[in-house]
Every structure is written in structure tokens, then in C-alpha cells.
Design a protein around this ligand. Structure first.
Ligand SMILES: [Zn+2]
Ligand SMILES: [Zn+2]
Length: 198
């Protein structure tokens, strides 16, 4: 199993931030090859390339650089969503594909990272920064368009709904990553090329 690393820019991996007890913010990505979270100091807003901490030779990132794209805040790094190796490779492809390439009819509809819940496997869920609440959807249909569960008038999803993209398994609805509206819009733009997602 390989990931096309290609020339720079380095591939993008899904990552999450959280605060340590001393209030320092760090962020990291859960690695399905090493089966740990590789953590880094929380930096500037730009996702600059970082050397992967992989000690597992089978990892496509071992001794390579990647860029961590923050998909939200966790209560702690131990709650980072987990992905199977194939899921991580798919997630990296989705995040790394140049956005806006296709002219999908639903390109105005936000693409939102969502998660299966270990506590409730029939659901695909995400924490909505507009409603400040968890939106639960059926997981059976897989990735794709859903009618928005937003209750607040200010939500940009109310009319067109949203396009859910699964980024692995979170422990429960209470432990989902909390993304800011800005983080969600940045990632949505990165995922904008729907054709590259299949
Ligand atoms: Zn690793
Ligand atoms: Zn909402």
C-alpha cells in the first residue's frame, strides 16, 4: 500500500489540536501504522511541512514530510479520531488534491469532515460551529450530501445542506473535535473538488 508522495508540496494529513495541562496548545495526527498520535508544537496558521515522527517502516510517511491540517479541537489527544490505513490514505488524497478542479454541481455546498462514533456505529456525526451542537446522521449511506440539521438562522448550511466526508472514528458525540467556523471553511475549500473524493 503506497501513497503517491510526488514532489513538494508535501501531502496533507488530518490533525487535531488540544491543550496540555500547562495550557500549551499542541496538535497531532493519529498514525494508523505506528498506532499512536504524532504530536507537534502548535504553530502559526500555515500548515508548513513537518518531518513525520513515524518509527514504523511500513508507514508511507516514514522519513518524509507532511503538512498537518487542523480539523478541530479535542479535549485531549487521546481522543483523536482513528483511521484504518486505507482510510488515512484516502483522507490524505482528499486533503491534498488541488481544490476546485472539477465543476461539480454542488460545489457551493460545504464539504464537512464527519466521524463514525465508536459509541454509536450507525451514525456519522460532526460538531457544528454554528449550532454549537452535534449533528447526527445515518452512516449507512456513507459519504455524501445530507439535509442540514442546523437550527440556527445564521448557519450557512440551512438551505443547501452539506456534504459529509468521513475522517475516521471518534469515541463518542461528546468527544468529537470542535472546529471553528474558519477551520471548517478552510477544510471545506480543500475538499472542494468532489470528483477527487471518490
Ligand atoms: Zn507513524
Ligand atoms: Zn448546525
Amino acid at each position: 500500500m503506497t501513497v503517491e508522495m510526488g514532489p513538494p508540496p508535501a501531502p496533507c494529513v488530518p490533525a487535531y489540536r488540544w491543550r496540555l495541562q500547562d495550557r500549551t496548545t499542541v496538535f497531532g495526527t493519529w498514525c494508523p501504522w505506528c498506532r499512536v498520535v504524532h504530536g507537534y508544537a502548535w504553530p502559526e496558521a500555515t500548515a508548513r511541512p513537518r518531518m513525520a515522527h513515524c518509527a514504523t517502516r511500513e508507514s508511507p510517511f516514514c522519513a518524509r514530510y507532511y503538512r498537518l491540517v487542523c480539523l478541530g479541537e479535542l479535549k485531549d489527544g487521546v481522543y483523536a479520531p482513528t483511521l484504518a490505513q486505507a482510510e488515512m490514505i484516502a483522507a490524505v488524497k482528499r486533503l491534498s488534491a488541488p481544490g476546485g478542479r472539477g465543476s461539480a454541481a454542488d460545489s457551493s455546498i460545504a464539504a464537512i469532515p464527519a466521524y463514525r462514533l465508536r459509541s454509536s456505529p450507525m451514525h456519522l456525526a460532526f460538531w457544528c460551529p454554528w449550532c454549537r451542537d452535534v449533528h447526527l446522521h445515518g452512516a449507512a449511506a456513507g459519504d455524501g450530501h445530507r439535509v442540514a440539521h442546523c437550527d440556527v438562522e445564521s448557519s450557512p448550511f440551512r438551505d443547501g445542506g452539506y456534504h459529509l466526508t468521513c475522517f475516521g472514528t471518534a469515541p463518542s458525540g461528546r468527544l468529537l473535535p470542535h472546529q471553528t467556523a474558519h477551520e471548517l471553511l478552510v477544510v471545506s475549500k480543500m475538499l472542494g473538488d468532489r470528483e477527487a473524493m471518490s
